[in-house]
Design a protein around this ligand. Structure first.
Ligand code: HEC
Ligand code: HEC
Ligand code: HEC
Length: 203
């Protein structure tokens, strides 16, 4: 402030003016830095949020992902994914977004080396369709699942898909598919009512 009051006649006037400019430009620099940091933070948060959405999974790099997102957005009651969507879950509620995995996916995409079945779905990852995965913290409680499925879908009370003479010989994936249509394995042999949207496993 003192410098700015000096008259142009004084010998050190140019020096004083320079100081004023310097201090102004320092303030400006600080302001610009603050704006840049804020902008990067806003974009970063928006970008991160977007990267967690189903749209991101199919738009950026995943052409084979389109089927998975279409199922998620459908109202098909025969898909496990729609039930989970209704419960507020998105892709990353179940899928790992670790960097290593994403790099691996990127490499597959870049080299066009995805293996898909005739319906356009990737090779099933059965390690995820297990009791351990579905009953992890915050998800399903096994005893409650068994208790709630006696006489499921209007069938006789003696029928429970989770407690029968088949236990031990079938896996969750024999019925639950998550991204493709669920099948009732028991209906291979028994005449049973199917839950809405499900199909009977054919021989
Ligand atoms: C309720 C949990 C759950 C949610 C939510 C979910 N998935 Fe899955 N996903 C699974 C399970 C279980 C499998 C293994 C069975 C299979 O491969 O179809 C799987 C398999 C996959 C596979 C093939 C195997 C792999 O890991 O490469 C892809 C691709 C996939 N999901 C994409 C998605 C996308 C995209 C979304 C969101 C639109 C999504 N998933 C949401 C549970 C889920
Ligand atoms: C023989 C077929 C079959 C097998 C195998 C099977 N399920 Fe199910 N599951 C069903 C049917 C049928 C329902 C009821 C669906 C409905 O009424 O919409 C169901 C419902 C569920 C539910 C929802 C229950 C609720 O609380 O509403 C969960 C969770 C579940 N199963 C998990 C599993 C897991 C985990 C495994 C493997 C350990 C498994 N299921 C094996 C057929 C099966
Ligand atoms: C490979 C064929 C086959 C499959 C698959 C199968 N069952 Fe059975 N089940 C039988 C036969 C055979 C019997 C004994 C004869 C009978 O009474 O129908 C039987 C008997 C039963 C019984 C005893 C009561 C009754 O109806 O006699 C129940 C309950 C039962 N099954 C439930 C299930 C459930 C639940 C599933 C699916 C998880 C299933 N079964 C899958 C063939 C099968």
């Amino acid at each position: 402030m003192a410098e700015s009051k000096e008259t142009p006649e004084t010998a050190d006037a140019p020096e004083a003016a320079k100081k004023v400019r310097l201090s102004l430009s320092k303030n400006k620099r600080v302001t610009i830095a603050v704006i840049v940091v804020a902008a990067v933070a806003v974009l970063g948060v928006a970008g991160y949020t977007w990267s967690t959405t189903p749209g991101f999974c199919s738009s950026l790099c995943h052409s084979p992902m389109a089927n998975y997102v279409a199922g998620y957005d459908s109202d098909d009651p025969g898909l496990g994914i729609t039930v989970h969507k209704a419960a507020g879950m998105n892709c990353l509620s179940c899928h790992d977004r670790s960097t290593v995995r994403q790099l691996g996916e990127f490499a597959h995409w870049a080299t066009d080396s995805y293996q898909v079945d005739e319906e356009g779905f990737l090779v099933k990852d059965e390690s995820m369709l297990t009791k351990e995965f579905c009953t992890r913290e915050g998800c399903h409680t096994w005893d409650a699942v068994v208790d709630s499925t006696w006489g499921f879908a209007g069938n006789d009370e003696k029928y429970n898909p989770h407690a029968s003479h088949q236990d031990g010989s079938i896996t969750c994936n024999d019925c639950h598919k998550i991204h493709t249509t669920n099948e009732l394995y028991c209906a291979k042999c028994h005449d049973m009512e199917l839950p809405e949207g499900w199909v009977a496993t054919s021989e």
